[in-house]
Design a protein around this ligand. Structure first.
Ligand SMILES: Cc1ncc(COP(=O)(O)O)c(C=O)c1O
Length: 369
């Protein structure tokens, strides 16, 4: 192994390793299948088709598989990642798992800086893939801590700084191009809405840009935990907005507006109570026979709200959203009755609201959720 120190002229060996690493990523992409777009319809919403892009089906279990591949490629193509160099990133967990997975593919050592309150199963997954976890008590400190690792020589993949630009927004089978292609034979191929959550803002940036690039009329709705920084920031177009409350939904609901979140391309931001998101994650299991994480539930709630509005206006059409990660990661948190009780979450009232919605199309949130 030849390690090129920073600042030194790269050797032939360093360039050869760079080429081999990029070829490995290309082969991994070629071996990977696209994720399914699952279709559901509900008695309460005749003429409205719902589609769920199953991003949990990626080899590393979440939509962050796409991002991690792009971030490694971006670092390699920018000459920032060398053979033998340690890799670091800050994450709420899903990105860390995917980045640890790709570090294994490239033979690199990876450290995830994560909030200490991250679901235990995610921490176990990073470690099982050979990654190290640097757990930080204050979630707002993860970025600063990742920068400390980078100052010590690690390559900072920097999902929060780079997600929005590392993804090829015009195509290359990005998530938006994949959805639009998979919808082509459906009854309503041009969705009225695509609903997604926002963490780095990378997914929403890719979708929003691609819809405009393809000149589609589809609107994009960001589903945001209530009180998250993006909701307030988007309303006031204020990049200094801060979350007014924490959320139990991992991956979305940022405390502050990240650089990759673009206000202009979100047509709407729906704020969703945590209990609603979690209840919807449980509902997804009964609808699809598989568990998905809390942010997938957040997305489902926004879809039902939009569908109820469409129904009131007697509109037909399709709504597409994302199943972001595997629910098994939350077995000890969102899917554990004791944990929910300890966090003051009662699912019953929202369960009734959701049943009513899918059976009759009425949207009646609990009076005292
Ligand atoms: C688990 C998880 N992480 C992150 C995100 C946000 O993605 P991005 O970082 O691209 O904004 C989502 C989006 O719904 C998510 O569900």
């Amino acid at each position: 192994m030849t390690v090129t120190p920073p600042g030194a002229e790269p050797t032939e060996g360093a360039r050869a390793w760079n080429q081999q690493a990029i070829a490995r990523l290309e082969r991994e992409a070629a071996r990977s299948a696209d994720t399914h777009l699952l279709h559901l319809s509900f008695a309460g919403f005749p003429g409205i088709d719902f589609y769920f892009k199953d991003e949990a089906a990626h080899a590393s279990g979440s939509l962050k598989h796409r991002l991690a591949r792009s971030l490694y490629l971006y670092a390699l193509c920018n000459g920032r990642l060398r053979e033998g160099q340690a890799v670091v990133d800050a994450s709420s967990g899903s990105t860390a798992i995917s980045e640890a997975w790709f570090a294994g593919l490239l033979g690199l050592s990876f450290t995830a800086v994560m909030p200490a309150c991250t679901s235990p199963a995610k921490i176990r997954d990073v470690r099982a893939l050979g990654g190290h976890c640097d757990l930080v008590a204050n979630p707002a400190r993860v970025h600063a801590r990742a920068l400390e690792h980078a100052a010590g020589g690690a390559c900072h993949l920097d999902q929060f700084g780079l997600a929005e630009r590392a993804t090829d927004w015009r195509g290359n089978n990005n998530i938006a191009e994949s959805i639009v292609g998979q919808m082509r034979l459906e009854a309503y191929p041009e969705p009225r809405w695509i609903v997604c959550g926002a963490g780095t803002g990378g997914t929403s940036a890719t979708i929003g840009r691609y819809l405009r690039y393809r000149r589609l009329g589809t609107r994009m709705c960001v589903a945001e935990p209530r009180g998250g920084a993006y909701a307030e920031g988007w309303r006031r177009r204020d990049r200094d907005a801060r979350a007014t409350r924490p959320t139990l939904i991992e991956g979305i609901g940022r405390p502050a507006v990240e650089p990759g979140f673009l206000f202009e391309i979100a047509d709407r931001v729906c704020e969703i109570d945590d209990a609603a998101s979690i209840s919807a994650a449980w509902l997804l299991e009964s609808l699809l026979g598989r568990r998905y994480g809390g942010s997938s539930g957040t997305n489902l709630i926004a879809c039902l709200q939009l569908a109820a509005e469409m129904r009131e206006r007697a509109e037909t059409g399709s709504i597409v959203t994302l199943l972001c990660d595997r629910g098994e990661r939350y077995a000890e948190t969102l899917f554990d009755a004791d944990w929910l009780g300890a966090h003051g979450i009662a699912l019953g009232p929202w369960r009734d609201t959701l049943r009513l919605a899918i059976d009759s199309g009425e949207w009646k949130p609990p009076e005292d959720p």
